[in-house]
Design a protein around this ligand. Structure first.
Ligand code: SF4
Ligand code: SF4
Length: 401
């Protein structure tokens, strides 16, 4: 396939947390607030004068210092972020919002604060308390937290949090979601004209860049894809289509390795991915806008932290629906080592998806930067072979019957 016009531009933006667009926005006087979790309603950080970045630590090598402070039994995402913070990699931040959604996030935020890792004079940390259940009580809890903690925090930085500003924030967020959906929908085709790698370069950029600054290039890419011809030989390279689920994943090399091993990633359900975090927020004109944004976040969120039984079941149904819609042959579920939420969820998926939904599953636990791992390649290749054998058996069964 012909290269996407802006692919290199987007790839470069993923090379540094303090990328060119972050620098540009800050030079214009915009405040940059970091998060590490989907449980902060993102549109609330797309207001005029402020933007958000989901922290990542590109090109991570050693995480010894992060491990020294957080121990070797915590998730490597948090350790890698702490390591980068202590190296001075997040000095550009004006703020950091910690959800305390998992104890390791809280530990990370405490260390950043106690060790003075972000030294901008006006830097402010906000610790929020997000709900454990996604139900009406959880929505009310999130609403109170945002009203009494988050909005005053933004106001203290001079940010307009009026209803008009909130609506503008939702509109900007929705525009990014619409464009990504348009781009991502090409993956439903039998022979998609965009690879998973290309798609996730764009998708990750929407988390680590000021959204208003990437909209034009996303729009051009969506236009370009309307006429881009798929690779006629893709069938030889990709022998299976998969949905990728699991914990936080910002390692684009992981996606690359899975695809180089022969599995085209056509849909996802992981943090830093598309579903449900890049689905539009639909507002009505009758209810309080802040309440609607909070409800959307709590009720849509597919985080395994939400432990109500109905949501546990709903999460599996959601993945089943996506896998069918994007015509996947199987599901890969990956978990960051020492992530408690996903350790449980992964074990559950590994048993329930094959037995109750008929999906073959490859279950992987991984390090933060595991993209180049030979072991990953071997496991994906073995999974693809098992999918092919299943297909052959199915075809034989159909012929015999
Ligand atoms: S898995 Fe849950 S707690 Fe972890 S980052 Fe995602 S939304 Fe947050
Ligand atoms: S990967 Fe798991 S343990 Fe790590 S920050 Fe996310 S939810 Fe917490």
């Amino acid at each position: 396939m012909k290269d996407l016009k802006h692919l290199i531009y987007f790839e470069n933006l993923l090379q540094e947390a303090n990328n060119d667009l972050v620098k540009e926005a800050e030079a214009e006087g915009q405040k940059c607030i970091a998060t590490v979790c989907s449980q902060i309603p993102e549109p609330l950080l797309c207001l005029p004068g402020v933007f958000t970045v989901r922290l990542s630590a590109p090109r991570t090598g050693s995480i010894d210092i992060g491990t020294y402070y957080m121990t070797s039994l915590t998730c490597e995402y948090c350790r890698a972020i702490l390591e980068r913070a202590l190296e001075g990699g997040y000095q550009f931040l004006d703020g950091f919002i910690d959800t305390c959604a998992c104890s390791q996030h809280a530990d990370l935020a405490d260390n950043i604060e106690q060790l003075d890792a972000c030294t901008k004079p006006e830097f402010k940390m906000l610790h929020m308390d997000t709900p454990m259940k996604s139900d009406p009580n959880g929505v009310n809890h999130m609403y109170r937290q945002c009203k009494t903690e988050l909005l005053p925090y933004l106001q203290s930085m001079g940010i307009d949090t009026s209803e008009d500003a909130l609506r503008k924030g939702v509109e900007e967020f929705n525009e990014v979601c619409r464009l990504l959906k348009e781009i991502g929908d090409h993956r439903k085709a039998d022979n998609p004209n965009i690879t998973g790698y290309e798609y996730y370069v764009l998708c990750l950029a929407t988390y680590v860049c000021p959204k208003d600054k990437i909209i034009d290039k996303l729009r051009e890419t969506a236009e370009e894809l309307k006429t881009r011809k798929p690779d006629p030989d893709a069938g030889k390279r990709y022998r299976a289509r998969v949905l990728l689920a699991g914990s936080e994943l910002d390692d684009i090399n992981f996606i690359k390795t899975v695809e180089e091993s022969g599995a085209l990633i056509v849909a996802d359900r992981f943090c830093f991915g598309t579903f449900p975090d890049r689905e539009e927020v639909v507002l009505n004109d009758d209810e309080d806008v802040l309440f609607q944004i909070c409800r959307d976040n709590v009720m849509k969120c597919m985080c395994p932290r939400y432990m109500n039984t109905d949501r546990i079941l709903e999460r599996k149904q959601y993945i089943d629906k996506l896998a069918k819609e994007y015509k996947a042959d199987g599901i890969i579920v990956q978990q960051m080592k020492f992530c408690n939420f996903w350790a449980y969820e992964r074990a559950d998926y590994q048993h329930v998806f094959p037995k109750e939904y008929g999906w073959p599953v490859l279950s992987i636990d991984r390090a933060y930067s595991s993209g180049a791992s030979g072991q990953l390649r071997t496991r994906v290749q073995a999974f693809i072979e098992s999918l092919e054998i299943k297909k052959i058996h199915k075809q034989k069964g159909a012929t015999t019957a």
